[in-house]
Design a protein around this ligand. Structure first.
Ligand SMILES: C[S@@+](CC[C@H](N)C(=O)[O-])C[C@H]1O[C@@H](n2cnc3c(N)ncnc32)[C@H](O)[C@@H]1O
Length: 289
């Protein structure tokens, strides 16, 4: 893992990001201070996990559940209505497969791949298939074909190297229908923040916080993203922390190298929406060239 550029600017922005969201959710701001101070001193240290869990537990207790954003999946509702075969890459606890299986009768088959053992969650019978794969994308299920929609949500930055990402994307290209789509969700940023956000569901992007984030230098931005992503995911103990985070332009370049073209993308920036945990998200929709 590269050395984190832990500057005062990164610390202050993390503090502001968490305290604004905690306050919005009705949670005592002091908990945000305790959380960021702890994580600042002990990022990635397993010993701090129990204390972090305790802080989040207390925050959840105080939380007035004032989350204001609609479910982001609604942004793809029209696409889901046309899907017959869906694949979730890095499906983790299979939450997405379950939701889609329950809400979209038109989806005939739901496929999931992940490096972890299959979750115990009950999936719609006879139409869901789980494949445990290795970290390097060397045993991907070659029998899949004619997929209409591939979702890759907060997964690729956990891959060990770019060759494994490219192997996965080449496979996605082979199994995707001619006019199918791939949706990539990443913790990422652009050179400049493009404020024109036309995401189909309303997003509570905070201009002031996002501008402060964009004033950080590149290595500070990566430090902010790494510390924040660890705070979001520290309880997923199976995750490997390879820190393969990239600028958005580099993701688009990797996708283009295997034949995918960016159709549309949305840079959500830093949001104040009352969620106790959230990332710095860019979502992109790709099609075959
Ligand atoms: C941060 S979680 C995101 C889970 C889910 N997509 C979501 O958005 O809630 C990342 C998931 O990617 C999986 N993963 C990591 N490396 C992978 C790889 N090389 N191939 C497939 N899945 C991988 C992890 O096991 C984990 O379940």
């Amino acid at each position: 893992m590269s050395r984190l550029d832990k500057t005062r600017h990164v610390y202050e922005l993390l503090l502001e990001f968490y305290s604004r969201n905690f306050l919005y959710a009705g949670v005592n701001e002091e908990l945000a201070y305790n959380l960021i101070n702890l994580v600042w001193e002990h990022t990635f240290e397993a010993d701090s996990v129990q204390t972090i869990k305790k802080i989040f537990k207390e925050a959840k207790k105080q939380c007035k559940n004032k989350v204001v954003e609609e479910d982001f999946l609604n942004a793809f509702h029209q696409n889901f209505l046309k899907v017959e075969r869906f694949l979730d890459v890095g499906a983790n606890r299979l939450d997405l497969l379950k939701t889609l299986g329950e809400n979209y009768e038109n989806i005939e088959n739901l496929y999931a791949i992940d490096t972890k053992e299959k979750s115990e969650i009950t999936l719609p019978n006879n139409k869901s298939f789980y494949f445990k794969v290795d970290n390097y994308s060397q045993n991907l299920p070659e029998e899949l074909s004619n997929i209409d929609f591939i979702n890759i949500q907060f997964v690729l930055h956990h891959f060990p190297d770019d060759s494994s990402i490219i192997r996965l994307l080449n496979w996605c290209y082979r199994i995707l229908e001619k006019d199918g789509i791939v949706v990539l969700w990443e913790e990422s940023f652009e050179k400049k923040w493009n404020k024109n956000l036309n995401f189909p569901v309303k997003v509570f992007t905070d201009e002031n916080l996002t501008e402060k984030f964009y004033r950080l230098n590149t290595s500070e931005k990566f430090a902010f993203i790494q510390i924040n992503d660890w705070l979001i995911n520290f309880s997923n103990s199976h995750l490997q922390w390879t820190s393969n985070y990239k600028m958005w332009y580099d993701w688009v370049k990797i996708f283009a190298s295997v034949g995918f073209q960016l159709e549309d993308y949305w840079n959500l920036g830093l949001r104040v929406n009352g969620k106790l945990k959230q990332g710095v998200h860019i979502i992109g929709m790709f099609k075959k060239k």
